[in-house]
Design a protein around this ligand. Sequence first.
Ligand SMILES: Nc1ncnc2c1ncn2[C@@H]1O[C@H](COP(=O)(O)OP(=O)(O)OP(=O)(O)O)[C@@H](O)[C@H]1O
Ligand SMILES: [Mg+2]
Length: 306
Amino acid sequence: MEKVPEKKMRELSVAGCEMIGEGAVGKVYRLDDETIIKVFAPGVPLEVVQEEKNIAKNALVAGVPTAISFDVVKVGESYGAVYEMLRAKTLSAFIKENPECAAEMGKRMGRLLKDLHKIDVDTNKFVDVRGLFKERVRRMEKFLSKEETDKLMAVYDCLDSRKAIIHGDFHPKNIMYSEKTDELLFIDLADMGFGHPLLDLGATCLVMELFGRTTPERTPHFIGLEYKTTLEIWENILSEYFDENDIKEAKILAEIYGQAKFTLFPVIIPHMPKNDVMGFLMGARARGFLNKDFDITPALKPTVKF
Ligand SMILES: Nc1ncnc2c1ncn2[C@@H]1O[C@H](COP(=O)(O)OP(=O)(O)OP(=O)(O)O)[C@@H](O)[C@H]1O
Ligand SMILES: [Mg+2]
């Protein structure tokens, strides 16, 4: 059979393009009136960029409100993914300009997340988020005692299997708000997969509440808002997502999954020196998930229905 020639990757230059956003993994530029490009840091492999673009495409097909994704291109030594330009600002920027809207937007985020979790996905097209976390536990095992490994595994093993779509990094800087259409849209879908809603709620609890407990001055750097505002938003997400009687328990459950995610950070940081991992774990043993008094039984016997 004749071999179909591979389509050559487009090469683009961002010289002269306006930079409209910068995150942990790359920079976002406006290409023209219709499109933007997310240029990943040099060294980020092509597969990672392609994977993020594929997730965004599959998400849109599954009914997730997000930008249309176009192609993956080469930009100098880096790769970039081209997306539809959303005529919107981040929800974080909108709330910063309109602080009186924080509670209402928190409620809308709660509804948005609940609606997202109602979407069941084709498990062949998305990654199993619980599986990813269990893999992280296995990679951490050599630094942990048997009891600590078991405690981490237990909170993931006890989740019932779900096909709900999980954003993975749900916070106001990864949502765009169009004032014109009054619409909220998801961006930054790199961590999207399927699983139990608590995997999402835990991740949100971590960035909106747990990080700021010890270093509130760093919250504006991550979220673009003061810690007291992210707390207000988080409370409103929970109050909209859950029935009134369930909120207290839901908060405890979200914290358990947030603390567990935090404990597994060393394995997602490339080449973290062993001494740094041990120092990090000392902190987690002193006041985090690995502390003997940190109780995971609410996760093992939940009464909240999802
Ligand atoms: N489709 C889009 N249309 C308009 N602006 C966008 C779009 N996608 C991203 N942006 C802008 O670029 C910024 C960064 O985008 P994104 O969150 O995808 O990347 P990132 O923050 O680098 O990733 P990470 O959160 O993993 O560090 C956003 O906050 C937003 O301001
Ligand atoms: Mg982002």
